[in-house]
Design a protein around this ligand. Structure first.
Ligand code: SAM
Length: 281
């Protein structure tokens, strides 16, 4: 079943948290010259037109990235992420939003490579269009990212950042994330892995971070940001979370600075809150 289209959600509060952290991680990777591989197991369409029908339907970006762009008091740590958004758009307008591959692309250097998986044929086609000029630097596969990733691990340079961002439209995604990560860690234990998950009232969503902590890990960080109270009927996402395996030591401090501001700016009611926990030896 492939009914999920990220275009409906592009630039929402969950994209803000995910893409901000992604940019932070890539900037940390760029501190060393040694090449790395950026792998996106669920890449989406790459770039989203916010004036098109999909994105306009619920206009989720209006309560997401648009709120940040309207502020004059943005913390320094968020500026690289917002610069990537602004660089895609005419001055003062928000027509396009960069998905994860388009947040990563401007940060990758000559020596780095990007490997993208996207199963939806329409989004895969859009991804090919976006990266038509990229040559061998970018490889796009219309395969299951959960298993396709194995072909790239370990990378020759022994440096990789992996984003695992499934839609969770099927409950089995929660289990498959764990199975896939176990195999990734067996092949390449020192990679940096980022798992996105939705904050929902369902048991599967609530239990995922605890299950991730029980993997054989030396170092991890968990961050979640709720923008509102869970709905009474239990439907809908009230926030999102990221679990980072082998995070940079700088990430907890960066998040500690930024999360209170993000919580205030993205809050939709007084249920807005965040969690930040980590184990970094
Ligand atoms: N990572 C993107 C971003 O941040 O801009 C958003 C990705 S969206 C949440 C999830 C995507 O995964 C959808 O475009 C969906 O078609 C795709 N997808 C679903 N199952 C997949 C699978 N097993 N392998 C690869 N792609 C898959």
């Amino acid at each position: 079943m492939l009914s999920y289209r990220h275009a409906f959600h592009a630039g929402n509060h969950a994209d803000v948290l995910k893409h901000f952290v992604l940019v932070q991680l890539l900037e940390y990777f760029n501190r060393k010259d040694k090449p790395y591989l950026y792998i996106d197991t669920h890449a989406g369409a790459g770039c989203y037109g916010l004036e098109e029908a999909f994105a306009r339907k619920n206009a989720e970006f209006e309560d997401g990235v648009a709120r940040l762009l309207a502020r004059k008091d943005v913390p320094a740590e968020l500026k690289s992420y917002l610069r990537i958004v602004r660089d895609l758009n005419p001055p003062g307008r928000l027509r396009l939003y960069p998905g994860s591959p388009c947040c990563a692309a401007p940060l990758l250097r000559e020596q780095d490579r990007m490997r993208l998986f996207e199963l939806h044929p329409a989004d895969n086609r859009l991804l090919h269009q976006t990266f038509a000029e990229a040559g061998s630097k970018v490889m796009i596969k219309e395969e299951d990212g959960f298993t396709g990733i194995n072909a790239f691990l370990p990378p020759p340079s022994r440096r990789a950042l992996v984003l695992i961002d499934p839609p969770y439209e099927v409950k089995t995604d929660y289990r498959t994330v764990l199975t896939a990560l176990k195999e990734c860690l067996r092949r390449f234990a020192t990679g940096t892995y980022v798992v996105w998950y939705p904050r929902l009232t369902t048991m599967h969503a609530r239990e995922l971070p605890e299950k991730l902590k029980r993997l054989p890990l030396d170092s991890w960080l968990h961050v979640s940001l709720d923008v509102k109270k869970p709905s009474e009927d239990g439907f809908g996402m009230h926030g999102s979370g990221l679990f980072v395996i082998n995070p940079p030591w700088t990430l907890p401090e960066t998040l500690k600075t930024v999360l209170p501001w993000l919580k205030d700016v993205l809050a939709q009611d007084d249920g807005a809150d965040f969690v930040l926990e980590s184990q970094i030896p």
